[in-house]
Ligand binder design. Structure first.
Ligand code: AP5
Ligand code: ZN
Length: 217
């Protein structure tokens, strides 16, 4: 299956993607995680992305699209993938369509996670992220690690992402509404969108997503 996950910052895309990718046996491809891995490794790509991320703005398409296409071309993505955080504007959605067309592939669904803004702010304010792998995320209230400040998965140190400050979250939400939300209509025109509520327990949202994807298939 080829799925795009869309939703505001803090909706739970990364959290759900980890479970869905495992259940569907497809890789979870997060452009945010790829950028953070490049930043922590000090690569030229990471250096290009860092300032934009810190400000809550989108990294330029020239950088992002090449990185995403490169990742989708890996062998583990040959039979499908779950995209999280890409595409994030219309130019990226058109580039993805071009990539799929060139490779004679199609998307199966665009899963839209709906969550009220007040909940998003609570989720982001309490999020703690692993220094070793930003896909390992916790929450001080909703998903506590077994040992405070330590990642359950790999033992890494947990920290608060620099772009999770209240001010930057407001900017990220603004970017989401103005640049990312239009891709939902773009995909609606292709009949691909399934919208679910992302409220409730993590496991309940996963089940809702699996049911919605099964109904779409
Ligand atoms: P990215 O890393 O993609 O961030 P985002 O879209 O803002 O999403 P988040 O990671 O903040 O949230 P999430 O929805 O994954 O929520 P999570 O599961 O962690 O992008 C960061 C930056 O990179 C961008 O600002 C941009 O600069 C750049 N970038 C990335 N992709 C790009 C692109 N394509 N083009 C250009 N630039 C790009 O959950 C949040 C918290 O809530 C966690 O603590 C979790 O434990 C908790 N939680 C989750 N589900 C529940 C639940 N059901 N109940 C209670 N708590 C929950
Ligand atoms: Zn970890």
């Amino acid at each position: 299956m080829r799925i795009v996950l869309v939703g505001p910052p803090g909706a739970g895309k990364g959290t759900q993607a980890a479970y869905l990718a495992e259940k569907l046996s497809i890789p979870h491809i997060s452009t945010g995680d790829l950028f953070r891995a490049n930043i922590s490794q000090g690569t030229p790509l990471g250096k290009q992305a860092q300032e934009y991320m810190r400000a809550g703005q989108l990294v330029p398409d020239e950088v992002t699209i090449g990185m995403a296409e490169d990742r989708m071309g890996h062998a583990d993505a040959a039979s499908g993938f779950l995209l999280d955080g890409f595409p994030r504007n219309l130019a990226q959605a058109e580039a993805l369509d071009g990539y799929l067309r060139d490779n004679e592939l199609t998307l199966d669904a665009v899963l839209d996670l709906e969550v009220p803004e007040a909940e998003v702010v609570k989720r982001i304010a309490g999020r703690r992220t692993c220094r070793n792998d930003s896909a390992h995320t916790f929450h001080v209230e909703y998903k506590k690690p077994k040992v405070e400040g330590v990642c359950d998965v790999c033992g890494g140190e947990l920290y608060q992402r620099e772009d999770d400050s209240e001010e930057t979250v407001r900017d990220r939400l603004e970017v989401y509404h103005s640049q990312t939300e239009p891709i939902i209509d773009y995909y609606k025109a292709q009949g691909l969108v399934v919208t679910i509520s992302a409220l409730g327990k993590v496991s309940e949202v996963t089940q809702r997503a699996m049911d919605a994807l099964a109904a779409k298939a």
